[in-house]
Design a protein around this ligand. Sequence first.
Ligand code: MN
Length: 740
Amino acid sequence: MEQQKTNNMADEAMIDAAFQDMLSCYLASNHRKKVEIITRAYNFAKEAHKGARRRSGEPYILHPIAVAKIANHEIGLGSTSICAALLHDVIEDTEYTAEDIEQHFGKKIAQIVVGLTKISGGIFGDKASAQAENFRKLLLTMSEDIRVVLLKMADRLHNMRTLGSMAPNKQYKIAGETLYIYAPLAHRLGLFAIKTELEDLSFKYEHPAAYQRISDQIRESELHRTEIYQEFSTPIKAKLKELGLKYEAKARMKSVYSIWNKMEKKHVPFEEIYDIYAMRIIFECDDPSQEKVTCWNIYSIITDLYKLHPDRTRDWISTPKANGYQALHLTVMGPDGNWIEVQIRSRRMDEIAEKGFAAHWKYKIGEGEEESELNVWLRTIKDILDNPEPSAIDFLDTLKLNLFASEIVVFTPKGELITLPNNSTVLDVAFELHTQLGLHCIAGKVNHKLVPLSHRLKSGDQVEVLTSQSQKPRAEWINFLATAKAKSRLRTALRKEQQPIIEQGKEIFKQFISDNNLKDNNELVTKILGALHLANREELYSALGSNDITLDSNLLKSITKQESQSILSKIFRRKPSKKESVKEEKKEQISTSDTYILKYDEKGSNFKIADCCCPIPGDNVMGFIDENNEVVVHALNCPRALVLKASYGPRIVSTKWAVETGKFLATIHIEGLDRFGILQELIHMISTNLSIDIRKLNIEAKDEVFSCDLSVLVEDSNVVTDLCNKVKKINGVKQSTRIH
Ligand code: MN
């Protein structure tokens, strides 16, 4: 009895100390001081959880207090969130209801607690359907109030920190789920510190041996590292002191998880990871107008002392990252000959970098405007989830907040999750599940409603695929498929069906080649394909085999003399235009006084593309009338065009692209640093996100650098420019330009 009493008193003291600690953190923050409601929430929760203990044996209420502290101290949230955090397990674990909470603390807090209760089951439930439902709920509650997700993050972080006292079978599940969904989510929310900690904690439970090994290696190499850091930082610190700056400088270690990741991806041992730490300088600065100049002063000090890496200065002060990140980064040569990154930030910038967007409004407290920044952000997320239109998605991408916006998640009737690119259709799901399902798919049921194959799906949809054995794959399906997988499966199937026709076409072509003593080489075929706007030999054979085009050998003599595209296109005639072609040969002299409209239709084009510069619609071009009275189109800046202009003035005609000119082949040269998955990302982006046809892909990787020549079929130069810009945004890509 006496013992019990002593224990209770000790517990009480411990609980109270934890709450006071949380409260004083809150009071030290820039939030308004709403102590009264927080204290009430604390007392309410304490009473509700009375007598309950966690598996570790400690009083249960310590968990909500810890979550509240994380929400405030590590995420930067205010009183509403602190109250919701304190109450977050009340509805689920005690007899109190949502109505009770609403009555005592108002609608907003009650809503957040209800939201948290809804997603409390974890993403990976025991049953697949529960998993699906929880995932959907997470997406929905996030769009309702982002604080639900932020608090879920705080809850998860505390559970991960105390995972050791959980049942081992639960540990594995929670760790896996954390790495799968919570860490990426934290990343997207800009919660960098939390993301890193979640990853490290998950990694520790999922790969205990590897975690231990790397931790040991970090410790073993510490002495050497400290020596280098000392040697490196001492002169910098001396200069900073001269400047009279109040600052903090530290060697910022890469996390265990990211070291492991790099070792795995690059297949290198621990010793060969050189960017294992960076020097971070955080300076105090009361006057925001002095932040930028101070950063550059520090930069100047460092570059006076050490050799600067020419391409690795990053000025995120003049142009902050979309998620608000500001800092000045530079890389210099360290004393041991290895590059060292230095990150320069003010205290304010540092908080934003560590706590994400939640730290923004901490510095902008206006009367009654406590959470306005948050609300703006929330509305954005909600808008995007409500109307997934392309421009909104682009906007989201630039904000790096594209939570599930560029990807959607749908469910099978059994509750399995399928992640697909945006704009995926029922047919994509069918192919995703099984090729045979895709090939015989006739329709789908989305949320139990019958829809056509081409129906575009939204995140959260439940999709059932309907098939029929009489259904056959169709070529036009390609037009609406979004996944590369489905497209390639469909093409393979179509090719199979086409095989006899292709064989026939091949024979016809062979016969033609030998009848006319031509050489079947790539050069000839490329010209033929270009003239007929076909992509490859297969298409040519198929067109010949199915009698879509025929060979006109009357014009054979001209080809051997002059293998130009225009002549070739006369040899290979698309059937419908056969009669017209005779007329065309006696066409009128082209007038150079009018602007010549460059057109393209199923017959071909009224112009030729110059081989030297290969312009495409949208480019600034000029025409040159050749000896066959055809307009050859050159890019305005083509060197050859300049020569033509200078020497054949009267044969130059000004040209304009017709609006609808068809599709053209453009080649893009891409260079970058090779990393695991970059090519998949590249191809995925081009073929699915941008729906551009890839016609040729030539990739070469040497050591850590890859280069890639990519031929794509596009409408005009705007598409190419847009594509180049998007490719440049892929992490690792250094160069992406159109080549001629
Ligand atoms: Mn909890």
